[in-house]
Design a protein around this ligand. Structure first.
Ligand code: BG6
Length: 482
């Protein structure tokens, strides 16, 4: 069943940082796939902009190489690659000087949408935005896309917001959190708000607790310079896990419209309790048979940066007053496995024998791998052996219905949303600031502390297990489908 595509209006995407890793790995392949799907018009142009002195043809070669490496062979034909590359151009740009700007102005086509994509460090945001404005490029249908990290703390995020506001209006700014482009994350909203089954139960009366896990198998993969200054809290929790928490916990917006949705997310962030230090566990992976330690990977011999964090979060509002949210994320864990688990309470009274095998319901929203949704329900064990109960999953794995390769990458969806002018799945400035405001004191409290060590390929430090055990609960095993 091919996904429906609604073509977008003609556009030029001007990609700053076009020779960088993210551009090659995600942005260029995603744009190509939308082009092949017929969603991006044939005339749409990709203009790469970076410091290197490349010709148009050299950039096209880079584009071809990126497609070869990051788009499965079955999803690209030579003719399509040729056609896509023919619409690519390049400008060597000086973010801090005049070099390249006149040329850029000549290359962008008048009368089409202009999406300026900053896939560069935030230190360049202000310079680039100011020069875009000075060259008259922020007028009309101009949009700005910015990548994370959006600041390092509240003060720096505010500063970035102020700097961007000098050149762009808020309704032109698209702050990317690629987790919001993941199919399952959007499905979470469909599940909640387009079915009558779940929403009546989606509160502290029926939900015992919520678990949000984003476990990665990879380590810091050559990004030690960046990662060691961030750690799991800034790299993952302040943005990705926070967004997952917000979408899980928020009230239904009146309509699926950008500000209505973002208002509801913001209310959740503002209702988060401050986190007690004893409700946070930090970890750092140690050397193991399969690889070097975090400190070696990050080339930071004395580092106290966390590559794992687990925490218990409370939300002080009517819906969630007594339902804890447990979050955990880490690198070099047992599996690449991300999910949101809505763990329901026990049935109020059991008419069956004790120890009959009944388990409370759990709704598992799997982000990766095998994106899908799974509802654990208790049923009778088949056979004549009396009323024995067992848990059976009602499983909806999206790839079964759509085919693994057909699953769009988060970036495909998000880039098309930028062109369409739809900010629903992008973070608003006040939302980012509120998230930092909540995160900052947690990080400040770690001053001088060393993270717990954990074994590679594990579920994180023992202390993270204890955090949940202390409440008489346990984490779902990573990926064992239990
Ligand atoms: C990025 C983080 O934002 O998300 C990385 O900087 C992390 O450290 C990545 O690995 C995870 O994204 P995904 O889509 O691969 O799960």
């Amino acid at each position: 069943m091919p996904a429906r595509t609604i073509p977008v209006d003609d556009f030029d995407l001007i990609l700053f940082g076009a020779t960088g890793d993210l551009a090659k790995r995600k942005i260029i392949p995603s744009l190509f796939r939308r082009f092949v799907a017929g969603q991006a018009p044939e005339s749409a142009q990709l203009i790469g902009a970076a410091r290197s002195d490349l010709s148009d043809d050299e950039f096209r070669k880079l584009v071809r190489e990126a497609l070869e490496e990051f788009v499965p062979a079955g999803l690209r034909e030579k003719g399509q690659v040729d056609a896509f590359a023919a619409n690519c151009a390049y400008v060597a740009i000086d973010a801090k000087g005049d070099g390249g700007w006149k040329e850029l102005c000549k290359k962008v086509r008048p009368g089409v949408i202009h999406a300026f994509y900053f896939s560069v460090g935030p230190a360049l945001f202000r310079d680039l935005a100011t020069r875009l404005k000075a060259n008259g490029l922020t007028e009309g249908e101009a949009r700005l896309v910015v990548e994370k990290p959006f600041g390092h703390d509240l003060a720096s995020a505010k500063e970035l917001n102020d700097h961007l506001a000098e050149s762009f209006r808020e309704d032109q700014i698209y702050r990317i959190d690629h987790f919001l482009g993941k199919e399952t994350v959007q499905n979470l909203m469909a599940i909640r708000f387009a079915n009558v089954l779940f929403e009546p139960l989606w509160n502290e009366r029926y939900v015992d607790h919520v678990q949000i896990t984003v476990a990665e198998e990879l380590g810091v993969e050559g990004r030690g310079g960046y990662y060691d200054k961030s750690g799991a809290m800034r790299d993952m929790v302040q943005n990705h896990l926070m967004q997952l928490l917000c979408l899980t916990a928020m009230e239904p917006p009146t309509r699926f419209e950008p500000d209505m949705l973002r208002d509801e997310k913001l209310k959740v962030i503002r209702a988060l309790d401050p986190v007690e230090p004893e409700h946070v566990v930090r970890g750092q992976y140690k050397a193991g048979p399969d690889g070097a330690s975090y400190r070696e990977d990050a080339e930071a011999p004395d580092s106290t940066t966390e590559s794992f964090v687990a925490m218990k979060v409370g939300i002080s509002n009517w819906r969630w007053a007594h339902t804890p949210f447990y979050l955990r994320t880490g690198k070099r864990m047992a599996k690449r496995h991300s999910e949101i688990v809505i763990q329901f309470k026990d049935a109020p009274h059991s008419i069956f024998e004790r120890d009959n095998g009944a388990r409370p319901n759990a709704l598992v929203i799997r982000l990766q791998p095998d994106e899908g949704i799974d509802l654990a329900v208790t049923v009778k064990e088949p056979g004549p052996g009396g009323m024995r109960l067992t848990t059976a999953p009602l499983d909806m794995t999206f790839a079964d219905a759509l085919g693994e390769d057909a699953m769009p990458d988060a970036y495909e969806r998000l880039i098309m949303d930028v062109i369409r002018g739809n900010q629903t799945l992008f973070m608003r400035g006040d939302e980012v600031e509120a998230a930092w405001k909540w995160t900052d004191p947690i990080i400040d409290a770690w001053e001088g502390q060393r993270p717990h060590q954990y074994a590679q390929g594990s579920s994180g430090p023992e202390e993270a297990m204890m955090l949940v055990h202390a409440d008489g609960r346990r984490w779902r095993d990573l990926g064992d489908g239990e």
